[in-house]
Write a protein that binds this ligand. Structure first.
Ligand code: NAP
Ligand code: MG
Length: 503
């Protein structure tokens, strides 16, 4: 049964009914200087959920000034690590307390199944803030034995400063968490620019930051378009660092803006076209499920989606057919329907893009084993629904195998042996994730070492943990989020020389 508008949590109804959403700048909710707003849609119906302030360069400038002041004058940067730690933990508690509201907002704005939003997006976000709540008291420098007489040398690890954080729409709250939590832990201040398709959960996160007692100006949230608000943030001379997750194309623009302004630091988490490799000696029932789950999770709108499934020749037909049957068995529908496995894509633009690849596949010689078009059925005509699609007999050099589709479309490609699959797996511009399914331990480690990707999953696919670094080789990005690596992203190392000599 689809949850109706009346069955939504009353706090969600109140949040949506409460007039146009404003920007959070310097601890206050303000309209965009231009007075303009834009609509955010429910992708399951195509209907407007809320009007949201359309921040632009003027608002970004206000927000950066607030973040600058909060960083340069305190209290965030002058607060003790233990105090910052407590506030981040308090924020995690508030997110947990409000998790049903946030999960429903996430499903309404993004389309994902509510059960997934509750378990993964909200569960993951709370864990993430808790993990980083522990870090402020552990960001250490080192004493270093330099070879200069009478000298004491040490390093300090200090916050990088004002951080612009630009995030995508596929995991709106979790992407905010991945960026906000380590930046706060490091002692930075923030201007967050959520994706235009999914601004709502970031706004509620901003509200919870205030409620937690995080001082005004430390976390600012400016909703708006990438070409205006995002570009202004990337080019702003008073921003010390930009953290970006999204398309490779926009990643290039961010790097260019940084290089043409103040050479701010940049970390990028970009796209992927990850190989998920099934060897004939794998536990087949586990591997086949892993290959299907690796692509259809979050409607394939996942930077680590296992969108190139490589299958060893002798089991190729069996595995390809299994994934196709699995796809046919998935229920497409509203994320508010408890029976739904596959929700809508985030936008009509994304539908058009994904349908384009579904049509391209057969013209390149791939065989459509399941899906291949818009999803039909009761209640699906208004929303952004497509069928989970399997393109079999694909070759790694096809465009459908080389380009990130970012939808529930998988190319299934045969391979001969270990050498062949390492070569094909690496023959791609990206390097974000990879999966290896085999019972042969030596083979697993050999392939894990040889695949050029930031994460390799062996006999599993897709888990992340706040303690384990995550990021990309090659065109999949710069830098690593999570773990101590993310503290590195948000700190600068200072070397201090002290002359102990006399006279
Ligand atoms: P995108 O354009 O890269 O958007 C990501 C973020 O960057 C959004 O907040 C966006 O704002 C902002 N942005 C856009 N142009 C900008 C600019 N010139 N300067 C600064 N910021 C800018 O991604 P998309 O258009 O939403 O999706 C397109 C493709 O990107 C997808 O099909 C997929 O292949 C890839 N993608 C990858 C990931 C990932 O996790 N790696 C996530 C999302 C998308 P707006 O919201 O206003 O555009
Ligand atoms: Mg929306």
């Amino acid at each position: 049964m689809v949850m109706t508008a009346r069955e939504l949590d009353p706090r969600v109804q109140a949040f949506l009914a409460d007039g146009p959403k404003r920007l959070l700048i310097d601890g206050a909710w303000v309209e965009a200087a231009s007075g303009r707003t834009f609509a955010t849609l429910d992708p399951a119906t195509g209907e407007r959920l809320a009007e949201v302030a359309e921040g632009d360069a003027t608002d970004i400038d206000r927000a950066v000034k607030a973040a600058r002041r909060a960083f340069d004058e305190g209290p965030w940067s002058t607060m003790t690590p233990a105090e910052r730690s407590r506030l981040i933990w308090r924020l995690a508690d508030l997110i947990e307390e409000r998790s049903e509201v946030l999960a429903q907002l996430e499903t309404l704005d993004n389309g994902k199944p509510l059960a997934v939003a509750r378990r993964d997006d909200l569960g993951g976000t709370v864990d993430y803030f808790r993990y980083y709540a522990g870090w402020p008291t552990k960001v250490e420098g080192a004493t270093v034995p330099v070879s200069v007489a009478n000298t004491f040398a040490y390093t300090l690890r200090q916050p990088v400063g004002v951080c612009g954080q630009i995030i995508p729409w596929n995991y709106p709250l979790m992407m905010a968490a991945w960026k906000v939590a380590p930046a706060l832990a490091a002692g930075c201040t923030i201007v967050l620019k959520p994706a235009e398709q999914t601004p709502l959960s970031a706004l509620l996160l901003g509200e919870l930051c205030l409620e937690a007692g995080i001082p005004a100006g430390v976390v600012n949230v400016v909703t708006g378009y990438g070409e205006t608000a995002g570009a202004a943030l990337a080019a702003h001379p008073a921003v010390d660092k930009i953290a970006f997750t999204g398309s490779t194309e926009v990643g290039r623009l961010i790097l260019r803006a940084a290089s043409q302004s103040n050479l701010k630091k940049v970390s990028l988490e970009l796209g992927g076209k990850s190989p998920n490799i099934v060897f004939a000696d794998a536990d087949l029932s586990q591997a086949r499920e892993g290959a299907a789950g690796g692509i259809f999770y979050n409607m394939g709108q996942d930077c680590t989606a296992g969108s190139r499934v490589f299958v060893e020749g002798s089991i190729y037909d069996d595995v390809a057919q299994f994934i196709a049957d699995h796809a046919k068995g998935l229920t497409v529908g509203s994320g508010l329907d408890a029976a739904t496995d596959i929700g809508p894509l985030v936008s009509q633009e994304q539908v058009d893009r994904v349908l384009g690849y579904m049509q391209l596949g057969p013209t390149e010689g791939a065989r459509v084993l399941s899906g291949g078009g818009r999803a039909q059925g009761a209640g699906l005509d208004r929303g952004f629904f497509v069928q989970p699609t399997v393109l079999a007999d694909a070759r790694n050099d096809m465009r459908v195998a080389q380009e990130e589709i970012f939808g529930p479309v998988v190319t299934v490609i045969p391979f001969r042996d270990v050498e062949d699959v390492i070569r094909q797996g690496n023959d791609i511009a990206y390097g974000l994730g990879a999966g290896v399914w085999t019972r042969d331990l030596a083979k697993a480690h050999r392939v894990a070492a040889a695949i050029r990707a930031g994460t390799v999953w062996v006999n599993t696919y897709g888990p992340t943990d706040p303690a384990l670094p995550f990021g990309g080789f090659k065109a999949s990005g710069h830098g690593r989020e999570m773990g101590f690596e993310a503290i590195h992203l948000y700190t600068e190392v200072k070397s201090v020389w002290v002359n102990l000599g006399e006279g």
